[in-house]
Design a protein around this ligand. Structure first.
Ligand code: IMP
Length: 551
């Protein structure tokens, strides 16, 4: 029986606009689809219309929730990073000397993402890091600390203090790939009375080893049977080639998302270079080391230097994928796409350690950059990276919702144990790590400690990224500072990914592909956030609180 306005309480009737009739509740969904169409929230084009709203960034809007019909764990996060290479997760670490060296690159790849190795070091040092990523075998330590027969017990104790572990192989000449003569464990040295005794006097010589070529599963079985903490892997001459550690084994066995090319057991590796003539030599050295993806690292990528470099690489290294950038406008992107890039990196001035917009008055708010460039690049099937300004899971989601295929993070990952450098205690008593913009004076002037010495190609990535050849004065575009300890990426990245899955679930999107389609066809809706809406969306009204993000 049809309802009449007389059937409902007066309070509800007052909410009906004049002339509107009451509708049968069971037809609400049809009514929404057929008559109420898209009146709730904004489609992405209206949201990002800069003539009406100005240039937006991530904090300026929210995504409206959709319908949940599946568990968060079902949300698929696989996505392309270049035209030819896809990853199982959309997270990248920046090519910065306080963010990505081999340890970060290995762990980001193990977790399904990608670390881009920085170039503020000699080409040889950078290539060595690429080799470490390509040679990495899950669970095997390929560069173990090795003792010589003349090392003393006291020195071994100091090494234990320094590295945090006490199991060392002893070889004939104290190096890897030399004959294994014994193993030292913490127990051997811990209570030994005379620190000046050589390690040979306390080491164990009844060794259990495994031959090179042993698989992780086989090695695991040998370790379990021998009940030892370490398993040296030796070649046919009994030279040690790598080491397996029981504690690492427990941690390392399962990385189902690891970034690998089809039919390859090796991790995918990316590294950055500049666009100067000497970068061609660097590129050759990196390519010889087995690099898969090259990132051209310029703060303003739309230059004759980059365009020529892209054409050169596509011509000379057809097997390498090239990511160009950085760009924030469609016109910049068009030039690099025409030159042949396989991916684009988007962002200018949005980085957490960046002062480009303040100093150069050039750049663009990041949400506007990501949306405009990604929508254009999508017409040519060129995947885009939303680079910089990511402070939390929500920002990752927004970058991806606006069309980026992946996001790149610097500051958010700089505080993890896999980034280069040591932790130190700040003057407020907090555990922190250094983080600096590559355009900071520190980064531009500093040849990183330990690198550059044996290299033939200079290590000045900061200058290469931010300055031209003839510049006599360095004008900073970044700052140097510190970030809080975030623990290991092996915990932090899974937190980001789980957050991302929950977010897509809230939107009713079962994959990143579905998200992109939903945004394009207007099913995914957005809302602008006023300043007070932003305040409302953050913790407010509490006397004190503890913001613990995951456990
Ligand atoms: P974050 O994740 O917000 O810390 O931003 C990282 C990004 O900032 C990097 O991937 C670079 O694109 C950018 N960046 C790095 N160093 C500088 C700098 O000195 N000035 C401007 N941008 C920088």
């Amino acid at each position: 029986m049809p309802l009449t306005n007389g059937d409902i309480p007066a309070t509800t009737q007052t909410q009906l606009a004049a002339g509107q009739d009451l509708i049968d509740p069971t037809t609400a969904v049809q009514f929404l689809e057929n008559e109420y169409k898209h009146q709730d929230g904004l489609d992405v084009h209206t949201l990002l219309d800069s003539k009406t709203h100005g240039g937006l960034t991530y904090n300026d809007f929210l995504v409206l929730p959709g319908y949940i019909g599946f568990p968060a764990s079902d949300v698929a996060l696989d996505t392309p990073v270049t035209k030819r290479i896809s990853l199982k997760t959309p997270l990248l670490s920046s090519p910065m000397d306080t963010v990505t060296e081999h340890s970060m690159a290995i762990h980001m790849a193990l977790l399904g993402g990608l670390g881009v190795i920085h170039h503020n070091c000699s080409a040889e040092d950078q290539a060595e890091m690429v080799r470490k990523v390509k040679r990495f075998e899950n669970g095997f330590i390929l560069d173990p600390v090795v003792l010589s027969p003349t090392t003393t017990v006291g020195e071994a104790k100091q090494l234990k203090e320094k590295w945090g572990f006490g199991g060392f192989p002893v070889t004939e000449n104290g190096t890897l790939r030399s004959k294994l003569i014994g193993m030292i464990t913490t127990r051997d040295i811990q209570f030994h009375p005379d620190p000046s005794d050589p390690v040979t006097s306390v080491m164990s010589t009844d060794l259990v080893t495994a031959p090179s070529g042993t698989t992780l599963t086989e090695a695991n079985a040998v370790l379990s049977k021998s009940k030892k903490g370490k398993l040296p892997i030796v070649d046919s001459n009994h030279n040690i080639v790598s080491l397996l550690s029981r504690s690492d084994l427990m941690k390392n066995l399962h990385y189902p998302l690891a970034s690998k090319l089809p039919h390859s057991k090796q991790l995918i590796c990316a590294a950055a270079i500049g666009t100067r003539p000497e970068d061609k030599q660097r590129l050759q050295i990196l390519a010889d080391a087995g690099l898969d993806i090259i990132v051209l690292d310029s703060s303003q990528g739309n230059s004759i230097f980059q365009i020529e470099m892209i054409k050169f690489i596509k011509d000379q290294y057809p097997g390498l994928d090239v990511i160009g950038g950085n760009v924030v406008t469609v016109a910049q992107a068009a030039n690099l796409i025409a030159a042949g890039v396989d991916g684009l990196r988007i962002g200018m001035g949005s980085g957490s350690a960046c002062i480009t917009q303040e100093v150069m008055a050039v750049g663009r708010p990041q949400a506007a950059s990501v949306f405009n460039v990604s929508s254009f690049a999508a017409r040519f099937s060129v995947p885009c990276i939303a680079d910089g300004g990511i402070q939390n899971v929500g920002h990752i989601v927004k970058g991806l919702a606006l069309g980026a295929s992946t996001v790149m993070m610097g500051g958010l990952l700089a505080g993890t144990s896999e980034s280069p450098g040591n932790y130190f205690v700040s003057h407020e008593g907090k555990l922190v790590k250094a983080y600096r913009g590559m355009g900071s004076i520190d980064a531009m002037e500093d040849k990183k400690a330990g690198s550059g010495a044996k290299g033939t190609i200079k290590s000045d990535a900061g200058k290469a990224r931010y300055f031209s050849e003839g510049d006599r004065l360095l004008v900073a575009q970044g700052v140097s500072g510190s970030v809080l300890d975030r623990g290991s990426v092996t915990k932090f990245v899974p937190y980001l990914l789980a957050g991302l899955q929950h977010s897509l679930q809230d939107m009713g999107m079962k994959s990143l592909k579905a998200l992109r389609e939903g945004v394009n066809n207007g099913d995914v809706r957005f809302e602008l956030r006023t300043v007070s809406a932003q305040a409302e969306g953050n913790v407010h009204g509490l006397h004190s609180f503890d913001k613990k993000l995951y456990s």
